[in-house]
Write a protein that binds this ligand. Sequence first.
Ligand code: DAH
Length: 335
Amino acid sequence: MSEHISQIKKEIESFAINTKDELEAFRLKFLSKKGEIPALFGKMKNIPPQERGSYGKLVNEVKQKAQHLFDSKKAELESDVNLNLSAKDDITLPAPEMSFGLQHPLSQTLDRIKNVFLRLGFSIANGPELEDDFHNFTALNFPPEHPARDMQDTFFIRKNPGNPAEDLVLRTHTSPVQIRLMKEQKPPVRAIMPGRVYRNESITAKSYCLFHQVEGLYVDKHVTLAELKDTLVMFIEMIYGEGVKYRIRPSFFPFTEPSLEMDVWWGDEKNGKWLEILGAGMVHPNVLKAVDIDPEEYSGFAFGMGVERIAMLFYGIDDIRLLYDNDLRFLKQFV
Ligand code: DAH
């Protein structure tokens, strides 16, 4: 009899359990009601009473062994890491490539810009993308019907079909956030205002119907043009390195007087060109008046830069559309 038991024990030990089907076959063969182990218990009544104790002990050991093996194989096969391999699976094949999310080059650039200005003591403010005429134009000293409004091709949104005077605009620049900020907060005001802006322009390598700007504003007593220049130069040196080649030119914006633009050299010494990266100036007295700040007491500077331009210069990207195509082959280069 004990030979029969050790035979079953060997079968248990050598039973191959690599799949759920094999596990079930094991259970049916040994542990189920009609399996080998209950059959061994069934034979108990044929055993002479003086041997029943040791027989029972042996069978119990076998049962525990089988049960233990079953439980541990079951847990193994059910766990996620178990691949439930069959003979035709080749585990030496390379695994499919996993792709990890990356920050978009524009977000990376925006973070860099924010970091520079946070270090220079600026805070961050935000405003709506859907603006009214007052904030986007009038308060910024664009007179009604003035041709300066045509500098920015505007997407108008008709709010009230009966009354075009109530038209809203997709903001054409982040400058309206200056107005909102100064209405909320009395000087000193020192903040940058990042955000998305919209222009009704044809889409080319250089222009897109939407892009991003970072507006800057510093209003206090005795703010000077020299401070504006220092801030801008410090900014581009922190972004592009100390050797960056730049120039500052006079320009015109209705909301600043004087106004200027800053260009950065794109390319090497011989083959290159100037690329405009920002507009700036001293806040026009009419703008301060529009938000009830006395221009006799306060002055300020403002600037507005294109995030796409700054990113394109930084990374050497020559077509703005690449930033909006979401082509992973392009985006994966900006780890
Ligand atoms: N809002 C201007 C634009 O979109 C950029 C700009 C120029 C902003 C001069 C300013 C500034 O704050 O002072 O073209």
